[in-house]
Design a protein. Structure first.
Lengths: 411, 145
C-alpha cells in the first residue's frame, strides 16, 4: 500500500461506475447510501459476466479445465483478501455470505464451544443488530451474560466503562471497527489489547471499515475480523470471516455438507482442513471471483487517498448541514468514517428521505438496524447520508439545498 | 356528490398540472395532508393504528346515513397527505362503493412507488383498513336486518 496518497480524480472514478450515470425522477442520481451498500465499478460487473460466459464450473473437486480455472480464480480472491487484511495464512480466510453469517458462525461454533453459565460476552451500544442478536441467542442458550459498553453523547464508546466491564468472566468481546449509523471509528486496537489481558477473544465487525480504513489483523491482533464484499464495491452475497488459525483449528464446524468433509461414513465423518471445514456446500463462486476486482480497485486507489478524499467530503457535509438551524447532527465523534446522520426538528426522517428521493438523492432513513442506539438518543431514526469516493462536493450542495427546501416548505 | 371514480379523475387532473415533477407532486401531497381536519388526540390509540405501516397512521371510521366517514392522522407528512387523498375519495361513499372501488389514481399521478412495496407509508395497508371498516359496517347492517 502506498504511503504517499495520489489524489483522487473523482471524474475518472465516476466514469468507472455505470450506475451513477442515470436520472431519477428527472434529476441526476446522487447516491448517498454507501453505508448500506456501495456501487460497483464496471470491472466488478465485467468479472461476473466473464465468469459466467467463460469459466462457470463447480470448484475444488473437478478435474476438467473449467473447474480448474474457476477454482484458481476463487482461491486467488482468498489470496487477495489475505493481503487486503494482512492475514498470516490464506487458511485464515473463510468465505461466508457476509458479516452477518461470519458473526453467527463465530457465535454458534466458538461461542457454543466455550461459553458456560455465568461467562460474559461484551458488545457495544454502537452495534448493528447483526452483532447483537447472535450474541443474545448464544448467551441465552449457554446462560451467559451479555454486557454492553455504553456510548457517549458524541457517539463514542465509554472506554472507562469498558475497562470496568472486563473481568475474568469475560470470554468474548465483539465490537465494530466503525459504526454504521453514526460513523464513529472505534479504538479497536486498545479494545483488543485490554480484552486479551483478561484472556478474552475479540471479534471485530469490519463491515463499515473495509472500504475506508486500513485493516491489518496482525497489527490489531484481533482474533476474528468480518467483512462483507458489497460494502467495498464488490458483489452482494459474499464476505469473509478472518480467524486466527490456532482458534479456527479448535472450532467445531458450523454447517455440515459437501466441501467441508474429508471422509464420510455412516459411522463417522472426518472434517476437511481449514478453511474448507467452514465452507460447506457450493459457495458463491461468481461473486467471490468478482470481488477480487473490487479489492484491486481499492488497492489501486489506495486506502490513504480514499480516506483523505472521503474525510474532505465528510467535513464539507458536516459544515454545510450545520448551517441549517433545524438540523441536528447525530454522532459527532472526532474519528469518523464518511457517515453523516442527522435529524431535522419537526420533520419526520421518512419525509426527508422521500423528499430527497424526489430530487434524485438517495439517503437512508430509519433506525439503521441499531434500535438500541437510536433509543439511547431518544430517536426513532435518523436520515443518514454516507459518502464514497465517487461523490462530490457539488452533490453535497444539492443535499443541503434539498433539506433546506423541505425545512422551508414545512415551516 | 361525486362517485369514487369521478373524484379519482379530479385528483388526476389536479396532478397533471404539475407536469410529472416528482418533487412538486410530493410537496402537493404534503400540502393536502396539512389541510386534513385535525384528529382528536384521544382517537390516536394503538387500537386505531393501521398495522403494516412503518410510519404511524391512525384511522377511525363511522357510519352516518349509510355513508362512511373516516378520520385519520399520521406522524409523517407524506403519509398524512396520502391518507388525505384516500379520505377525499372515500368520505361520504357507501360501504359497497368503497368495497368495490378500484384505485387507479396513484398510478396515473406517477405515485405508484408508494403502493405496496414501500413499507414506510403502508398505503396498501391503509386502503385495506378502510375496506375492512366498510365491510364491518355492511355486515353490521345485514345482521341488523
Amino acid at each position: 500500500m502506498s504511503t504517499v496518497a495520489t489524489p483522487i480524480d473523482v471524474e475518472k472514478i465516476r466514469s468507472q461506475f455505470p450506475v451513477l450515470h442515470q436520472h431519477v425522477h428527472g434529476k441526476p442520481l446522487i447516491y448517498f447510501d454507501n453505508a448500506a451498500t456501495n456501487q460497483k465499478p464496471k470491472r466488478v460487473v465485467d468479472a461476473l459476466i466473464r465468469y459466467y460466459e467463460h469459466d462457470n464450473a463447480n470448484i475444488h473437486r473437478g478435474i476438467h479445465t473449467l473447474a480448474e480455472r474457476a477454482t484458481q480464480a476463487y482461491e486467488s480472491t482468498r489470496h487477495a483478501l489475505q493481503g487486503f487484511i494482512n492475514a498470516r495464512h490464506t487458511e485464515e480466510i473463510i468465505f461466508t455470505r457476509g458479516v452477518t453469517e461470519s458473526i453467527n458462525l463465530v457465535a454458534s461454533s466458538y461461542g457454543r464451544a466455550i461459553l458456560k453459565a455465568g461467562d460474559e460476552v461484551i458488545i457495544s451500544g454502537l452495534e448493528h443488530h447483526s452483532n447483537i442478536v447472535p450474541w443474545q441467542m448464544i448467551c441465552d442458550e449457554r446462560k451467559a451474560v451479555l454486557k454492553v459498553i455504553p456510548v457517549s453523547e458524541t457517539g463514542e464508546l465509554e472506554m472507562a466503562a469498558y475497562r470496568s466491564l472486563l473481568s475474568d468472566k469475560t470470554r468474548m468481546v465483539a465490537v465494530n471497527h466503525a459504526s454504521n449509523s453514526l460513523g464513529t471509528i472505534n479504538p479497536i486496537k486498545e479494545i483488543i489489547t485490554l480484552a486479551h489481558q483478561y484472556g478474552a477473544v475479540v471479534l471485530i465487525d469490519g463491515a463499515q471499515a473495509a472500504a475506508h480504513l486500513t485493516i491489518d489483523v496482525q497489527d490489531l491482533d484481533c482474533d476474528f475480523y468480518c467483512i462483507s464484499s458489497h460494502k467495498m464495491f464488490g458483489p452482494t452475497g459474499t464476505g469473509i470471516l478472518y480467524g486466527k488459525q490456532e482458534i479456527l483449528e479448535k472450532m467445531p464446524p458450523y454447517m455440515g455438507g459437501g466441501e467441508m468433509i474429508k471422509e464420510v461414513t455412516f459411522g463417522k465423518t472426518t472434517y476437511n482442513n481449514l478453511p474448507y471445514k467452514f465452507e460447506a456446500g457450493t459457495p458463491n463462486i461468481a461473486d467471490v471471483i468478482a470481488w477480487k476486482e473490487a479489492i484491486y480497485f481499492i488497492q489501486e486507489l489506495g486506502k490513504d487517498a480514499i480516506a483523505a478524499y472521503e474525510n474532505t467530503l465528510l467535513r464539507y457535509a458536516t459544515q454545510k448541514m450545520s448551517e441549517i438551524p433545524a438540523v441536528r447532527l447525530i454522532g459527532t465523534a472526532s474519528e469518523k468514517v464518511s457517515v453523516l446522520s442527522f435529524v431535522v426538528t419537526g420533520i419526520h426522517h421518512f419525509d426527508i428521505g422521500q423528499m430527497l428521493d424526489a430530487r434524485g438523492i438517495a439517503v437512508r432513513t430509519g433506525h439503521h438496524c441499531t434500535q438500541p442506539l437510536m433509543e439511547q438518543f431518544g430517536l426513532e431514526g435518523t436520515v443518514r447520508a454516507s459518502f464514497s469516493v465517487y461523490n462530490t462536493k457539488q452533490e453535497i450542495d444539492q443535499l443541503q439545498e434539498g433539506v433546506e427546501r423541505i425545512v422551508n416548505f414545512m415551516k | 356528490m361525486m362517485n369514487v371514480d369521478e373524484i379519482q379523475d379530479e385528483i388526476i387532473n389536479e396532478f397533471s398540472l404539475l407536469d410529472g415533477d416528482m418533487e412538486m407532486s410530493v410537496f402537493y401531497i404534503m400540502e393536502l395532508g396539512q389541510k386534513l381536519p385535525v384528529m382528536k388526540e384521544e382517537l390516536k390509540t394503538d387500537e386505531n393504528m393501521v398495522k403494516g405501516c412503518q410510519s404511524k397512521v391512525w384511522l377511525t371510521a363511522r357510519l352516518q346515513d349509510d355513508r362512511v366517514y373516516f378520520e385519520a392522522d399520521s406522524n409523517t407528512a407524506i403519509t398524512k397527505g396520502l391518507v388525505s387523498l384516500l379520505i377525499r375519495i372515500f368520505n361520504g361513499q357507501t360501504p359497497d362503493a368503497i368495497l368495490n372501488a378500484e384505485l387507479y389514481f396513484m398510478k396515473k399521478i406517477g405515485m405508484e412507488r408508494f403502493i405496496g412495496t414501500q413499507r414506510s407509508n403502508g398505503f396498501a395497508a391503509m386502503i385495506k383498513q378502510m375496506k375492512w371498516y366498510s365491510l364491518a359496517f355492511k355486515t353490521q347492517k345485514q345482521v341488523a336486518k
